[in-house]
Design a protein around this ligand. Structure first.
Ligand code: ADP
Ligand code: MG
Length: 391
């Protein structure tokens, strides 16, 4: 069997740029080279697309990101940029068998890149346009979870502009919630811009911080003394879905960016990045019935957003396991949540193979759809006079 051309897209114009590099390197290291020829395309923090070579497979490459940008020709994905290089880049993209977007956050995990990949009509790993966009929007996710009856903490949300225009009204709206609160930018990730607010006097600063990162702000009640339990869903909505074992994530209230990604002494170790804080326990020591409920909720949430490929679903579970809240879905989770799948009977490479296979299946299914509708409506089209169509 001939090898597949697989393009890994990573980096990106996002606050989680560095995390994306780590996740991509972990995947590249574990993609089976007997099955795939890998081409890296690195997107800089400024949104420049750089066609990489094999030197991009080494962590050392990323010690000086500015140097990469200076050294390699790059192209912006804009209408104006249609030079020779962009042709080169698009030729490369066009000849891919499968594209593997490994971005975290804005401009990559949020449906924008997925839209570009839809236009290219090439199979790509993971969620499509809608599910990616929904996965990034914590507020619309919550509204969907409410609609399908999944339990979650009480919350309020508002636009930054509304708050700026009428702070009193917003504060009155928030007075319906019990402290401590979590204040979050709607589209955030990796805890960037999130604050835990213990009392009202700290609320304004937290809102300012969140408003710095987003147009929409989410404020929710804190689930105090709850465990954080994660699970991953794999499959394509409409077909059979599989869930991984659950993971217990140790948390000190709010896992910071450093907690998540920096090991002690702040040196990031590629293999374990994403597991850096304390002792993650996989499988989580929870009752089988609780794990089953979490698995059911995760599948329901995945289907509700029309999830494709895989996601990680994050839950907050009370210590007595009587209350389970869904917190959020992550459509391109840190480390692709491979720790959960290697604890569920897959090798890392098999897990990545499965993601590629799901991407191809979805593409096949989509290519069977009809995008034409035969109609003779235009043949009878008359003229338009004074705004009225005469037929
Ligand atoms: N309502 C809440 N109650 C308790 N802890 C929370 C709540 N919301 C968030 N957290 C804590 O904050 C972390 C980050 O919040 P989350 O909504 O998952 O944002 P991110 O997109 O940054 O992962 C969570 O992993 C959890 O530790
Ligand atoms: Mg989270």
């Amino acid at each position: 069997m001939s090898k597949k051309n697989l393009i890994v897209l990573f980096g990106g114009k996002s606050t989680e740029h560095e995390i994306s590099i780590i996740t991509a390197l972990q995947a590249i290291e574990n993609l089976d080279r007997t099955k795939y020829d890998i081409t890296p395309i690195y997107v800089s923090k400024f949104g420049k697309w750089i066609l990489g070579d094999s030197s991009f497979f080494s962590p050392n490459k990323y010690k000086d990101l500015a140097l990469i940008e200076r050294k390699y020709p790059s192209v912006s994905i804009t209408l104006g940029d249609v030079g020779r290089l962009s042709k080169n880049l698009f030729q490369t993209l066009k000849h891919a068998d499968v594209i593997f977007p490994i971005f975290h956050g804005t401009n990559g995990e949020d449906g924008s890149t997925q839209g570009l990949l839809e236009l290219l009509n090439i199979p790509y790993v993971g969620c499509g346009v809608i599910s990616s966009a929904l996965g990034m929007d914590k507020i619309i996710q919550k509204q969907i979870f409410t609609q399908i009856g999944l339990p979650q903490v009480k919350y309020q949300w508002f636009y930054r502009q509304t708050w700026k225009a009428n702070p009193k009204k917003t504060l009155a709206q928030l007075s319906k919630l019990k402290y401590p609160l979590y204040v979050k930018p709607c589209n955030g990730g990796s805890s960037v811009g999130i604050s835990r607010v213990a009392k009202i006097s700290k609320l304004k600063v937290a809102l300012e911080v969140a408003a710095y990162y987003d147009r929409k702000i989410l404020v929710e009640e804190s689930a105090e003394n709850f465990m954080e339990i994660n699970i991953s869903v794999m499959g394509n909505s409409g077909s059979a879905l599989e869930t991984s074992v659950c993971e217990y994530v140790p948390s000190k209230g709010l896992l910071t960016y450093e907690d998540k990604y920096m090991s002690k002494g702040s040196k990031t170790d590629l293999k374990n990045a994403g597991m850096a804080s304390g002792k993650h326990i996989i499988p989580a020591s929870i009752k089988p019935a609780t794990a089953k409920k979490i698995s059911d909720y995760a599948k329901q949430a995945f289907s509700a957003i029309d999830g494709q490929g895989f996601t990680r679903a994050d839950f907050l579970v009370s210590l007595d396991e009587k209350t389970i809240y869904i917190n959020e879905l992550n459509t391109i989770p840190g480390s692709l949540a491979h720790f959960l799948w290697t604890a569920s009977g897959y090798t890392h490479s098999q897990f990545l193979d499965k993601l590629v296979e799901l991407a191809e299946n979805r593409h096949k299914e989509k290519s069977q759809l009809t995008f034409n509708f035969n109609t003779n409506i235009l043949s009878n089209l008359g003229s338009i006079t004074q705004g009225k169509l005469k037929v």
